[in-house]
Design a protein around this ligand. Structure first.
Ligand code: HEC
Ligand code: HEC
Length: 509
């Protein structure tokens, strides 16, 4: 039973008791007879009192039954009081939460002074940091971005937050605060006070499930869900505006790069939406400071590849490990859904298939030649699309003018020719009258080509990993670090197409 039901029952019982007393009181005053005069005058004809028989009979019976009713009411109200206990306990918990939050706020602003680095309301800020080289020589006074905490519970579970607070981020300005990590705060100060306080200033999650859960479950149209949706829309619009602004301002070239590095120049949400703060060394110190040691944070050779901050939290994500861990490429269909089934051997005779943008299935034989068709193989362009060419350069000449035959997928048919001083084949020059010429990155040249645009290809598993973050008991990436506040989940923070863009950007590094 809900708290309100208990309150209603209590009110009814209370009203009954009150009513009984009221009735009693009125009856009493009305039965009492007015004084008629002085005792002396009236004594002789004073009305005689009730007889003993009447007093000990019906009169007594009435009084006793009335007492019984009142007793019954009293004993009934006891169990009702006991029934209301859960509601009272709920109230007590609320009270405790308010106490925790008050203590947490005091720790945040005075005791531990998180506010100095993460700012009031957890909007994020910076921490003073002395940047030194490997030998301990001074390079610069820098600021290390201290990520916003008003979206902390969108990316981490409570368990993970507790771990971060207990152990800090060694090597960064974020100290270990809890006793398990050698810090000054008790488990109640970390696990109850700070966590309750920080939870209290979280912004709305973008996750549809969380938006629904903001209101009455099962009713998508109740006011709270609608308000939560409106808040989420506003937050999403703000994130999109920041990404679009940064591209328009020339800070980044693609949406993926902009998401990966969100806030590098603008300090948006103190980098809390970015990937690079953990995956690009020195990113948290800022582009200007890193330039002093000659590092361009956006250089593809460096971005995402140089490993994480000195805190050691991040890892290089360009060394091929990503593809070993997330090899399952799949096709993103034009309608936004994923095609997950294996495209190898899906033809009636075991041919491999590919899907074009218009959703038509193209079957290829083992040489890549379309089963239905032209006899020329499809070639995958640098953009990942299929090129259907009327002619593909199949003979390449070497520096000595020797021409060698290549088969349709670019394998040289004469391999052992070192005695002739074979070098790499010279470039094939397309005839002057050729149309729709495509130069492929492997050196081949196609003429009369028709390009079939393919849906973007990426890995669903990798998308899901970045969406969900660490998941307890599931191996992922470089080992399950779940519970330790490492790889965050971005599903409640970033719109799915931005997560996709970041994943594509990482896969292209
Ligand atoms: C001296 C400045 C400083 C103080 C004080 C400080 N922090 Fe931090 N905090 C940081 C920095 C810098 C980082 C980012 C470290 C990194 O790059 O991994 C951080 C990271 C965090 C994170 C991880 C967030 C994420 O998404 O990676 C949490 C949670 C956090 N701090 C909470 C707190 C709380 C709570 C307090 C107070 C008890 C506090 N911090 C005090 C500077 C500070
Ligand atoms: C707070 C730091 C942090 C942020 C922010 C972060 N990551 Fe990570 N990420 C990690 C850590 C730590 C790992 C290593 C996995 C582990 O915990 O064992 C990791 C692992 C990965 C991996 C798997 C790499 C491998 O080979 O194992 C990918 C891919 C990845 N992150 C992509 C991203 C993307 C994309 C973003 C931004 C949307 C992002 N990360 C943001 C800390 C971070």
């Amino acid at each position: 039973m809900s708290e309100t039901a208990f309150r209603a029952i209590g009110l009814v019982v209370g009203a009954l008791v009150l009513l009984t007393f009221l009735v009693l009181w009125i009856r009493n005053t009305r039965q009492a007879r007015a004084e008629l005069g002085s005792e002396m005058e009236l004594a002789p004809n004073k009305k005689p009192y009730l007889s003993d028989a009447e007093l000990e009979g019906p009169k007594l019976d009435r009084s006793l039954s009335f007492a019984l009713v009142v007793l019954g009411l009293c004993s009934l109200s006891l169990p009702f009081y006991w029934l209301a206990e859960p509601g009272r306990q709920e109230g007590a918990i609320e009270n405790w939460d308010a106490t925790f939050a008050r203590r947490g706020e005091n720790l945040y602003t005075n005791g531990a002074q998180c506010v100095n680095c993460h700012a009031a309301g957890g909007v994020g800020g910076v921490a003073a940091y002395v940047f030194q080289d490997a030998d301990g020589q001074f390079i610069a006074n820098a600021s290390w971005t201290a990520p916003a905490l008003n979206n902390l519970f969108l990316r981490y579970s409570e368990e993970e937050v507790e771990y971060i607070l207990n152990f800090g981020r060694p090597g960064s300005p974020m100290a270990a605060w809890g006793t398990p990590g050698g810090g000054p705060l008790t488990s109640q100060q970390v696990g109850d006070d700070l966590i309750t306080y920080i939870r209290g200033f979280q912004i709305q999650s973008l996750d549809p499930v969380a938006i629904q859960a903001a209101g009455d479950e099962g009713d998508p149209n109740d006011e709270e869900s609608i308000a939560a949706q409106a808040e989420a829309d506003e937050i999403e619009a703000d994130i999109r505006a920041e990404v679009e602004r940064s591209i328009a301002a020339g800070e980044f070239e693609t949406i993926g790069e902009a998401v990966f590095n969100m806030g590098l120049y603008s300090g948006y949400s103190a980098g809390s939406y970015s990937c690079a703060r953990c995956h690009t060394a020195g990113w948290s110190l800022g582009a200007d400071v890193m330039a002093q040691v000659g590092v361009d944070l956006l250089d593809p050779e460096f971005a995402g590849c140089a490993g994480g901050n000195p805190s050691g939290i991040g890892f290089s994500i360009c060394d091929g490990a990503v593809f070993n861990h997330f090899p399952d490429d799949t096709w993103l269909m034009p309608d936004g859904s994923w095609r997950t089934d294996d495209m190898d051997g899906i033809g009636p005779n075991g041919e491999a298939g590919v899907l074009a943008m218009d959703n038509t299935l193209i079957l290829l034989d083992d040489k890549g030649i379309p089963v239905d068709g032209t006899g020329e193989p499809y070639i995958i362009t640098d953009a990942g699309d299929l090129a259907d060419c009327g002619f593909v350069a199949a003979l390449w000449a070497d520096d000595n003018g020797n021409v060698y035959p290549y088969d349709r997928d670019g394998t040289r048919l004469v391999v052992d020719d070192s005695s002739n001083g074979f070098v790499e084949p010279a470039e094939f020059v397309a005839p002057a009258d050729a149309v729709n010429v495509i130069e492929f990155s492997d050196g081949r040249i196609g003429t009369g080509c028709e390009v079939i645009e393919m849906p973007p290809r990426t890995s669903q598993a990798m998308f899901e990993f970045v969406y969900n973050g660490a998941e307890a008991g599931r191996g992922y990436g470089r080992g399950g670090q779940s519970g330790q506040g490492m790889m965050p989940g971005f599903g409640a923070m970033l719109p799915p197409d931005y997560i996709q863009a970041a994943v594509d950007y990482v896969r292209g590094l």
